[in-house]
Design a protein around this ligand. Structure first.
Ligand SMILES: [Zn+2]
Length: 74
């Protein structure tokens, strides 16, 4: 599944949260994604629902930073 975002700088719609440079979990299913537009190079931060196929990645990241209590509290 591709979850596309539109670039606010050049309106390209080829951004995909799967290509994000970093992802900061805000909850069990929501994260702040930081990504760079492949068309114009703008850095974009966007709060998006975490795609189902990235839940494992979010889980792994939570384990690494010891945030499991945070996720379980959702
Ligand atoms: Zn752009």
């Amino acid at each position: 599944m591709v979850q596309a975002l539109a670039c606010p700088a050049c309106s390209a719609t080829t951004l995909d949260v799967h290509d994000c440079e970093s992802m900061m979990a805000l909850g069990a299913n929501t994260a702040l994604f930081s990504l760079r537009c492949p068309t114009c190079g703008a850095r974009i931060s966007s709060i998006q629902p975490v795609p189902a196929d990235m839940h494992g990645e979010l889980y792994d990241a939570a384990v690494r930073v010891g945030a499991m209590g945070f996720l379980n509290a959702q």
